[in-house]
Design a protein around this ligand. Structure first.
Ligand SMILES: [Fe+2]
Length: 439
């Protein structure tokens, strides 16, 4: 219920269908409900062991990643490289549907709890081949397993949503739960489901239950009017430019302080010249995505930038896609249709004539997972992208979270520590600029 509340009560919708989907809550793994005003009426619960989140986690470990490390992202990223060669096996033997908008996970074939310990049934191993050991090279078969699991997840969710639409008659949909972060699935929901508008708040996973608990109490139990909409993610701690300068002085790093009129064009020029910037401003984002306040920024026009960032800066797998932050006004140009996604939770096809303009942020399947940046909710970041557009004609920056194998930096001291231990070119802490070449 907290997931459902976290999705609906802070949405722009007066009424909506609500779909929550994750590993498991208590025993419910999937909840269909109907939100109207301050009310949330549960319609259907699907319970353990039938869980889409646990299914996907089990596949995560089958592919040699780590479900406890939150590696489900990697399966989704890898899926784009493969073909769904094993789709029929997954959809007939593991994750099946019936005529009643339900699904069933056959745990005799793929069991989440055995998968935690990297143990898999004979049937899996016979059909899909040996499980990948952590660290082993990734091959085409692994990519095809990822693609097959991803597709069966998407198809099952689309089927369930048909049922939810029938039950509620709604055109609006709110999603929450960890599976709601599957941005490829979300793209198909927007393009193929019967719902016309979709809302997913930026902390759709379990962190969002805090938000849901508060609003469930405030609106649904205490019956207060709904007055709050999550239209941006900037709810975390912030630090003034002076506080950042104090931290820099203490660290012994050389830095300059400049007003935005000078700093933003300068940073845009540096990015266009190939620099990777650690960018720190304003209140930290709520949820797992960096949305321009704790981000690494780079030039999306450089095809080699993804590899450079993944392997030299972020020290992670080559196949992890990187995403663009773009001016909200420019999404129609890049995607061929207007897209609105301030939280980077949905993957869309990039228009054919645009792909070569932004090679570092277009995935192998010609998709991108954009953040559409609003001048109203993040004017400074919007202005930086605008400066980059003036310089290059491209209204987007490559944006990835400001962290290296650690949680995203929060305070100036975290950003400084990360800068000292890494190789990116410059650090911006509010109005303070640190150049590596000056150190
Ligand atoms: Fe959850």
């Amino acid at each position: 219920m907290c997931h459902a509340a976290s999705a609906f009560l802070v949405s722009p919708f007066e009424s909506a269908a609500i779909f929550t989907v994750d590993g498991t809550g208590e025993e419910t793994t999937t909840l269909f409900s109907h939100g109207r005003g301050t009310r949330i009426d549960p319609l259907k619960r699907i319970k353990l062991p039938h869980s889409l989140g646990q299914f996907y986690s089990a596949v995560t470990n089958l592919l040699g990643f780590d479900m406890f490390g939150g590696d489900e992202w990697k399966v989704m990223g890898l899926a784009a490289y493969g073909k769904p060669e094993f789709y029929d096996f997954f959809s007939s033997r593991i994750l099946t549907t019936n005529g009643n908008y339900d699904f069933h996970v056959n745990i005799r074939v793929l069991d989440h709890h055995l998968a935690k310990r990297y143990q898999f049934s004979d049937e899996i191993l016979k059909t899909l081949g040996p499980a990948r050991h952590p660290g082993e090279p990734i091959n085409e078969r692994h990519q095809n397993i990822a693609a097959s699991a991803q597709k069966v997840l998407e198809d099952v969710v689309l089927y369930l949503l048909e049922g939810l639409r029938r039950q509620t008659g709604e055109e609006n949909l709110c999603l929450a739960g960890g599976v709601a972060f599957n941005s490829v699935m979300n793209g198909r929901i927007i393009n193929e489901s019967p719902f016309r508008r979709v809302f997913i708040q930026p902390a759709a996973g379990d962190a969002g239950c805090s938000l849901g608990a508060a609003f469930l109490t405030y609106n649904t139990i205490l019956k207060n009017r709904r007055v709050f909409e999550v239209d941006h993610a900037y709810w975390g701690p912030s630090f003034s430019s002076e506080e950042c300068a104090v931290a820099l002085r203490e660290s012994g790093l050389k830095f300059e302080t400049q007003p935005d009129e000078e700093l933003l064009p300068r940073v845009a020029r540096m990015i266009a010249g190939g620099a990777i910037i650690g960018w720190f401003q304003g209140r930290m984002e709520f949820g797992p995505r960096a949305l321009g306040n704790r981000s690494f920024l780079a030039d999306p026009r450089r095809a080699d930038m993804r590899e450079l960032l993944n392997q030299k800066v972020k020290l992670r797998e080559w196949f992890r896609p990187l995403a663009p932050s773009m001016l909200e006004e420019s999404s129609a140009e890049i995607f061929g249709v207007q897209r609105h996604d301030p939280f980077m939770v949905t993957v869309f096809k990039v228009a054919e004539d645009q792909r070569a303009r932004l090679p570092a942020v277009v995935h192998v399947d010609h998709t991108a997972r954009p953040q559409t940046v609003s001048r109203e909710t993040n004017p400074r970041y919007w202005n930086l992208i605008k400066e980059f557009e003036r310089l290059t004609g491209v209204p987007a920056l490559l944006n990835t979270s400001f962290n290296i194998q650690e949680p995203i930096v929060c305070a100036p001291k975290d950003a400084i520590k990360t800068f000292k231990g890494a190789s990116f070119d410059a650090l911006v802490l509010e109005n303070n600029l640190v150049l590596r070449s000056d150190q």
